[in-house]
Design a protein around this ligand. Structure first.
Ligand SMILES: Nc1ncnc2c1ncn2[C@@H]1O[C@H](COP(=O)(O)OP(=O)(O)OP(=O)(O)O)[C@@H](O)[C@H]1O
Length: 305
């Protein structure tokens, strides 16, 4: 199916009251989640382990079908059903380097005796400038053979192949973990240029905030129960501005504040539950669903209504 869906001018990703539940799971991972991201934004996705960041990226990446059917619109297209999106959308996660067989469509044995220059050779040949730029930036040797590289080198090859084709939407799931610090910094700068010069929209889920303070244009906080936390332009977040003015590591402290508050609320709820013998999980997390004190700069959320 390929049919344009009306979307607000200048917006790249619209998520409206998204709910997603894994088949075997007792309850939904994502509940009433909303997001509106402008084209050219670099959005950092923050949330505790298991909050649903990877799930959200997979939904936006068209790997899971969510409810309601039109909940996720990417560049005016249905995130799951519109296969045309696959020409302009890239999704990179940690799975690649761990598997012996690549993700669907490429069929490349990632740890087989194959040279980097022969992997996705057509796509590399079609984008020679990007290939050369990324090859240098990532320090990839086209002669490397995939059965002889380290985890970090395999990750660099993944990035080369995942980024070589120009994208309008890029979804990154904790992808920089095994990169050394210099390559990581260079890559972040390259990604910044992609958004500033080509207008690409990037969503990046990570727990590593080192060196990221200047990078995102937007933040999205996914609460522990898969709902919308604070989101908006980073400069609209007072806590971030204060920390920057004080010369403190801003993103690390913002994330710590949010996640610490959330953890304390979860622990308090558990204690209350133990004391009363009732289940109070859902209610315990409500403060975060309604902003939890981080409302300024937040974008549309139907949960407020
Ligand atoms: N295939 C699956 N089937 C059932 N449940 C799943 C599946 N994948 C993830 N989950 C569950 O969904 C929830 C969210 O997982 P997800 O990987 O999206 O979280 P995350 O925020 O990316 O976590 P982390 O920061 O640890 O990577 C978790 O409770 C997880 O157990």
């Amino acid at each position: 199916m390929s049919r344009l869906i009306p979307q607000e001018e200048g917006i790249a990703v619209t998520i409206d009251n998204l709910t997603f539940k894994y088949d075997q799971a007792p309850s939904p991972t994502l509940k009433g989640f909303n997001l509106s991201l402008p084209k050219g934004s670099r959005c950092l996705l923050i949330g505790q382990n298991g909050a649903g960041k990877s799930t959200l990226l997979r939904v936006v990446g068209g790997r899971h079908l969510a409810k309601p059917d039109n909940a996720v619109v990417v560049l005016g297209r249905h995130a799951f059903r519109d296969t045309k999106l696959n020409m302009v959308r890239s999704y990179l996660d940690m799975d690649w380097g761990m598997r012996t067989v690549s993700f669907a469509g490429y069929g490349v044995p990632l740890q087989a005796d194959i040279a980097v220059k022969n992997m996705m050779a057509k796509m590399q040949a079609e984008n020679p400038e990007r290939r050369d730029e990324l090859t240098e930036l990532l320090g990839v040797d086209p002669e490397w053979r995939m059965h002889q590289v380290s985890d970090g080198q395999r990750r660099r090859v993944q990035l080369l192949l995942g980024l070589v084709r120009p994208f309008d939407i890029l979804l990154l799931d904790e992808i920089t973990t095994s990169l050394d610090v210099v390559v990581r910094q260079d890559l972040l700068q390259w990604l910044r240029r992609e958004s500033e010069v080509r207008g690409a929209t990037i969503i990046y889920a990570t727990h590593i905030f080192d060196g990221l303070d200047d990078w995102p244009s937007h933040l999205t906080y996914l609460t522990a129960n898969g709902a919308t936390g604070w989101q908006g332009r980073i400069e609209d977040l007072q806590l971030y501005r204060t920390l920057r003015a004080e010369g403190k590591p801003a993103l690390l402290n913002v994330a710590c504040t949010w996640l610490r508050d959330e953890l304390n609320a979860q622990r308090a709820a558990k204690h209350k539950e133990a004391a009363s013998g009732e289940s109070v999980h859902e209610n315990a997390l409500k403060p975060f669903e309604s902003g939890g004190g981080f409302a300024p700069g937040r974008l549309v959320s139907q949960l407020d209504g």
